[in-house]
Design a protein around this ligand. Structure first.
Ligand SMILES: N[C@@H](CCC(=O)N[C@@H](CS)C(=O)NCC(=O)O)C(=O)O
Length: 338
């Protein structure tokens, strides 16, 4: 489970493995994979922050009919991500029981981790890409012919330099910073990572005190990437990963920002707190040997008024919010705030 950090046990600093399969699915098909409705399947775990980016982008862009979704059991085993939530434990479209089967069809004996998000070519059953940094950018910029009417521009050309800069800082200190803190096996390594998490969050909090979204006045890819870490913060990063200087719910600006996004269609309706907690607390047995999953935190606060609209902003720019979640993709009540 390299990418998830279990390989980090022993006294080695946590290093995130590079995504191994970086083919791109593009409008012109230059890597041999062209954008086509119904051809590909997005495989995710709702527990995983990197995969959740893709789930949110797909919703915001209205790609549900064009790119189908496979949700794996939040608890993977040594055979990789499992489709035990589906009848007979098989993904109904790909017909496989483990995501590793799609990796094997792509490359025999691939030595790296079997990670989500993954996009699989349905006709051949082969993995196309597990490049979590690239997948969402391509959904935003290459899949445009299949976007819904009113889809937002999540990676606007005029703002890309600023979005990239913010995302790089957020990645280093926050998205990946919580993992570096959580999987640290040396005190100093933990303290440095944890301090960086909160230092960066304070800076971001100052920025978000003045503006509703991270870049410009609309939702962008940068907000999606920050959200997927913030929404997990109190449930798993604060306790399990020891990022506990303060809770998200104790930081008025970031907590309001996170609630604003959570209540925006396409964000909170993809989040499954049950999957999140079971994955982190049960899979990382090096950190939590008993596998006990805590009962808290109370989720009711996610639905409270956030008052962020007072800062202005146009969440979808000239576009519109996405429609309801397709019936087969609704998060079960046990994973949602009551
Ligand atoms: N390719 C990324 C994947 C993102 C990732 O870490 N996904 C996790 C779940 S949050 C995963 O699938 N881990 C299983 C593994 O890599 O074996 C990486 O290796 O860093």
């Amino acid at each position: 489970m390299g990418g998830d950090g279990n390989s980090a046990y022993g006294h080695r600093a946590f290093t995130r493995s590079r995504s191994h399969f970086g083919d791109r699915i593009t409008a012109d098909g230059r890597d041999g994979w062209s954008v086509e409705a119904g051809r590909y399947r997005l495989v995710v775990s709702r527990a995983c922050p990197w995969a959740s980016r893709a789930v949110i982008s797909r919703r915001l862009l209205g790609l549900e009919d064009a790119l189908s979704l496979a949700v794996a059991d939040p608890v993977q085993d040594d055979r990789s991500w499992r489709f035990t939530l589906d009848p007979d434990g098989r993904d109904p479209v790909l017909g496989i029981r483990f995501l590793s089967e799609a990796y094997d069809r792509r490359e025999t004996g691939y030595p790296g981790g079997v990670s989500v998000p993954a996009i699989v070519d349905v006709p051949s059953g082969r993995l196309v890409t597990n490049d979590y940094q690239r997948i969402t950018l391509d959904l935003a910029t290459e899949w445009t012919a299949l976007h819904r009417p009113g889809a937002p521009d999540l990676y606007p050309a005029a703002r890309r330099a600023e979005i990239d800069e913010v995302m790089a800082e957020v990645y280093e200190d926050v998205n990946n910073g919580v993992y570096r803190a959580g999987f640290a096996t040396r005190q100093r390594e933990y303290e440095e990572a944890c301090a960086a998490v909160f230092r960066r969050l304070e800076v971001i909090g100052e920025r978000l005190a003045e503006q509703r979204y991270l870049v410009g006045d609309t939702l962008t890819e940068a907000d999606i990437r920050l959200f997927t870490t913030l929404v997990r913060f109190d449930a798993v990063y604060h306790g399990h990963f020891k990022c506990n200087r303060w809770k998200l719910a104790e930081h008025p600006v970031l907590w309001a920002y996170a609630r604003d996004l959570f209540q925006t269609p396409g964000f909170g309706d993809t989040v499954d707190f049950d999957h999140i907690k079971r994955h982190y607390y049960q899979v990382h047995t090096g950190i939590n040997p008993t596998g006990i999953v805590p009962l808290g935190p109370d989720l009711g606060g996610w639905l409270t008024e956030h008052h962020r609209a007072e800062l202005g902003g146009r969440p979808f720019g000239d576009g519109t919010p996405p429609g309801p979640v397709p019936p087969g993709e609704r998060v079960a009540p046990r994973g949602r705030p009551a």
